[in-house]
Ligand binder design. Structure first.
Ligand code: CA
Length: 232
């Protein structure tokens, strides 16, 4: 890789692809692109990218299949999905399959550049103190993104580990807005919806709680936020 961050944009609409390519080149990125789903996935798996921007509706295979295919190979590849406006199901599908973030079309290009930049900045994990011990039965290697929960091996996304690492450092409940600022890297949370946080918290609970419906470790404090109660 060169010193410039490199993006892969998978988008079949020629005018949007041209616009995004020009936009990111203007902001100092190298840009690769594909207009077909399968070719996009092949390229994503053959190279390393600082971030992959994925459209949902594509020829051959769709953005969800691409996201799933990338996650089977890499838990660390930053992925942002471009979803249809107001399609809650698209958003949930994308995040469940391991996208780190999403933006609904039509989006502001300024917002897209901010999100991609934040994703890339946050994708670097600290290299010291690699083991996160949440309880006697739950621990995670924050570098390899693999942990053990109740004697089972569990794989994490980088975002999930970042959430747990941040909560682990705090001694009191953390609001969704604070998580969006500190973990997602957003400067302003005014117009952001917080479902992203809730969906990620639900995914994390499935991995660390013996009974995710009755969380004992990652606890909700009504009106305050989430807290990780460790050492039990
Ligand atoms: Ca499309």
């Amino acid at each position: 890789m060169s010193m410039k961050p490199t993006l892969l944009i998978i988008e079949d609409e020629p005018s949007i692809l041209r616009g995004l390519t020009d936009l990111f080149i203007f902001h100092g990125f190298n840009v690769d692109s594909e207009t077909d789903g399968q070719r996009g996935l092949d390229r994503a798996l053959a190279n390393q990218y600082h971030c992959i921007i994925l459209d949902v509706m594509l020829p051959s295979i769709d953005g969800f299949q691409i996201c799933d295919g990338i996650r089977q190979r890499s838990q660390t590849q930053p992925i942002l999905m471009l979803t249809a406006k107001n399609s809650e199901q698209d958003i949930i599908n994308g995040l469940t399959l391991g996208a780190d973030d999403y933006l609904a079309k039509p989006f502001s290009t300024t917002e897209l550049v901010l999100r991609v930049t934040a994703l890339i900045r946050r994708s670097g994990l600290p290299s010291t103190d690699n083991k996160l011990i949440i309880s006697d039965n739950v621990s995670i290697c924050t570098q390899k993104l693999i942990g053990t929960s109740y004697q089972q091996e569990v794989r994490y996304t980088r975002r999930e580990v970042a959430i747990l690492s941040y909560l682990h450092q705090q001694k009191s409940p953390v609001s969704r807005e604070e998580l969006l600022k500190e973990v997602w890297g957003y400067k302003s949370t005014e117009h952001l919806d917080t479902r992203t946080v809730d969906i990620h918290i639900a995914k994390v609970r499935k991995k660390i709680e013996s009974d995710p419906k009755s969380p004992q470790l990652l606890v909700t404090f009504r009106g305050e936020g989430y807290q990780l109660l460790s050492g039990r």
